[in-house]
Structure formats: structure tokens, C-alpha cells
Design a protein around this ligand. Structure first.
Ligand code: GLY
Length: 411
């Protein structure tokens, strides 16, 4: 006899009641790990528009906001400095958020001022500078006049690659066979420009070079626990590893928080661009190291170095949190449960913490930067506990990503 035949009227009502009871009482978006971040993000981005407009009005097109000096004045830089792409990039993101033509005009002017950097081969930061500015311009306007600038920049970046080392030289003149060949973990970020160039040209060398760099970094920069060194010194002639050390971290053997964030973002992006499992594995290894670290505070904004000697009194680094949060949002899309929710929960906590008054500056303060409490280069006593243009950029990017993911989840 089938179970259905056995069901009398009262058991049918009970079954129906149970069925109704099993229905979610709340809309799907309310149970999403990012729930509520859309409202929070919209409010913060609205404020950011006012702050970045005010910032833009303070400065001529050729000067970019960098940080606040110890004497409280605004510190700017010209396009040569590695951070010049972040202000135009942030304006582009805010244009994406609002669709407002005034922001587009401002973003266009700032982007144009970065153009000389497409030919500047003095260091590896060409991706940071040109992809964040011209890459966003192309993505949001479709204006193909951006393409030659981006291709020139990618070509310039390739001139710093040496096959003997199998990596792009980060710092120092190139070629130079007499000095150690320096490669920093941050350099993973510049590969996005090369992947873009692969898609927009018939030249596969961009792709092969990016993979070589990612593989050399994979082989040499990481420790077994997934953490990374900051700086690798290679022999410029043989490519042999000479030294593994830090520059901006606490110690050679420590885990500088922003370095971990660059690695996480870089390998997540490299997996997105290649689909190769080894890069996803590395991104996961970095994420697990960071998120399970015993000294990661409950609010998830890391100490500037995960091994800083004065934890829990050590400074936090808002920039590392912003970069990590944005990267985790993307990485969550490449993994299954329970990792997905773990990454989303952590990213959400980071973005929520950064949006509290402990970090998020109110309009009219902080020289119009959005975030406070970033750490640029503590060992050099430079840019310590200050706003940083790149912290703002990845904070905005993270908020936009969270909004988009929530919107997708409710469709
Ligand atoms: N070199 C970029 C940074 O300070 O993170």
C-alpha cells in the first residue's frame, strides 16, 4: 500500500503545515551572507561621490591624491608614482555606480593624465597605473581609443621580463646584470593588464609571459602554510633565488598583510583569466592562511603585519582589508560550500568594519579620502596610519562587487 493512501485528513493537514513551516520566512536575499550590504554600500557610495567630487576639485588634473602628511596636509603625486591609477579608477567606479556624466568627465580628465605611464618602463607598476584608469575607461565607455594606450602599456611591461628569471622585474633598472633581480608579490596585480592584452591582440606572448611570472612566483614566493615573502632576489644571469626577504613588512620571515592581499587578489584574478587549477589552489591556500590566522581580529581588519611584534596594539591596515575583501568576493564564485560562505562571511565583515566610523571618514574630513588607518611603509616610517588612495579604490570595488552579487542572487 502506498504511503499516500495511508494519509488521512489530519495527517494531510500536519504534512501541509510542516511543508509551510519549511518555507523560508524571509526573502532569499535576506539569508545571503552579504545580506544588508547593498543598503550599506549604497549609502557609503553616495557619500563617496560627494567626497571624491570635492577631492577632484581640490587638485589640478596632473596631481593625484596619495595620502595625508604627518603635518596634516594632503600629499599628492604626479602620474609616475605607482598609485596614480587609483584616483581615476575610483572615479570610474563611482561613475559606474551613478551613471552620472559629471563623474565621467572627471574620470576622463584624470585618466588622460596617466597616459605617459603607458611608456614608462622604470618599474613594474604599469598595470596598477594604466589598467585601473584606461582599463576601466574602456570597460565603461566602450571607447576604443583606450585600446592603443592599454596595448602600449602591456608592451612596456613586457620589456621588464627576463626569460632567465621567468618573471617581470619589479624594482630597479632593467636590464641590469650587476644588481639582484627584484620581484615582489605585489607584481601579481600587473598581470591583469597582460591578460587583457592577450584578448585584445593576436599576440599570445602576453599570455605566456604572464603565466611564466605567475608560475615563478608560485614556485618561490610562498611558504608551505600559504603565506608569502614580500621580495625575492634572483640572480639576473641564472635566475637562481638569492634571497627571500621583506621591504615593507616587519621581518623577512613575517607575513606583511598587504602582500598577502596582493597575492590573494593576484592568484584569484589569474585563475579567472586562465582557468588553471594551480592558481585557484594558491588563492585558496592564501585565503585559508589569512582567514584562519590566530591573530586576525574578529572585525577582520588585519594588523599591518600578521606577525607584528606589538599585537594586539599593532596598527591595522585598512588597505589590506579592502583588497582582501574584494578578492574574497571574487574567489567565493570559484569554490563550493562551505568555502563559499566562509569567504563571503569574512568579506562581508571586512566591508562592514571598514564602513563603521572607526575607518570610514565622514564627508568634509580626512581630505576627502574615504578610509582612515592604512599603513603604507611602516619600516620606512612612511605613510603610517593614514588614508591611502588604493585602500579607497578596493573598498569601492568591494562594495560594488557585493551589490552586484546580491542583485544576481535575487534574480
Ligand atoms: N608596492 C605597493 C604597496 O605598497 O603595496
Amino acid at each position: 500500500m502506498s504511503p499516500t493512501v495511508l494519509m488521512n485528513r489530519s495527517t494531510l493537514f500536519l504534512a501541509l503545515a510542516l511543508l509551510v513551516g519549511c518555507q523560508p520566512e524571509t526573502a532569499p536575499e535576506a539569508t545571503h551572507p552579504l545580506a544588508g550590504l547593498d543598503t550599506l554600500a549604497a549609502a557609503s557610495l553616495e557619500q563617496a561621490v560627494a567626497q571624491y567630487r570635492a577631492m577632484d576639485e581640490t587638485l589640478p588634473d596632473t596631481l593625484f591624491p596619495r595620502t595625508i602628511n604627518p603635518d596634516g596636509t594632503l600629499r599628492t603625486n604626479t602620474s609616475e608614482w605607482w598609485t596614480s591609477g587609483f584616483f581615476p579608477g575610483s572615479l570610474w567606479y563611482l561613475y559606474e555606480f551613478t551613471g552620472n556624466d559629471d563623474l565621467k568627465t572627471r574620470a576622463l580628465a584624470r585618466t588622460a593624465a596617466v597616459e605617459p605611464e603607458s611608456r614608462n618602463a622604470s618599474d613594474h607598476d604599469i598595470g596598477f597605473k594604466v589598467y585601473n584608469s584606461f582599463g576601466n575607461a574602456l570597460r565603461l565607455t566602450g571607447d576604443t581609443t583606450n585600446i592603443p594606450v592599454l596595448l602600449t602599456a602591456a608592451q612596456t611591461l613586457t620589456t621588464r621580463f627576463d626569460p632567465a628569471v621567468g618573471a617581470i622585474r619589479s624594482w630597479g633598472a632593467h636590464p641590469d646584470t650587476t644588481s639582484p633581480y627584484l620581484v615582489i608579490i605585489d607584481n601579481m596585480m600587473n598581470l591583469e593588464l597582460l591578460f587583457w592584452a592577450t584578448r585584445h591582440s593576436s599576440d599570445s606572448s602576453y599570455y605566456h609571459l604572464a603565466l611564466a611570472h605567475a608560475d615563478t612566483t608560485l614556485a618561490n614566493h610562498f611558504r608551505p602554510d600559504g603565506s608569502s615573502y614580500h621580495v625575492l632576489e634572483y640572480d639576473p644571469l641564472t635566475g637562481a633565488v638569492l634571497k627571500k626577504r621583506t621591504a615593507q613588512g616587519y621581518a623577512d620571515s613575517s607575513s606583511w598583510a598587504r602582500g598577502q592581499a596582493w597575492g590573494l587578489y593576484g592568484y584569484t584574478m589569474t585563475y579567472r583569466e586562465t582557468g588553471l587549477a594551480r592558481y585557484l589552489d594558491q588563492a585558496n591556500a592564501i585565503a585559508q592562511f589569512l582567514l584562519n590566522h590566530p591573530d586576525l581580529p574578529e572585525d577582520k581588519v588585519p594588523y599591518w603585519d600578521l606577525n607584528a611584534p606589538d599585537i594586539p596594539d599593532a596598527l591595522r591596515d585598512a588597505s589590506a582589508a579592502a583588497i582582501t575583501a574584494s578578492a574574497l568576493l571574487e574567489l567565493s564564485g570559484f569554490v563550493d560550500e562551505p568555502q563559499r560562505t566562509f569567504y563571503l562571511d569574512n568579506a562581508a565583515t571586512m566591508l562592514r568594519t571598514l564602513s563603521t566610523s572607526a575607518y570610514r571618514a565622514v564627508p568634509g574630513t580626512n581630505h576627502n579620502f574615504l578610509l582612515q588607518h592604512g599603513v603604507g611603509h611602516l619600516p620606512a616610517d612612511s605613510e603610517v596610519d593614514v588614508p591611502l588612495s588604493y585602500a579607497d579604490y578596493y573598498y569601492i570595488e568591494g562594495l560594488l562587487r557585493a551589490r552586484e552579487m546580491l542583485a544576481d542572487a535575487t534574480q
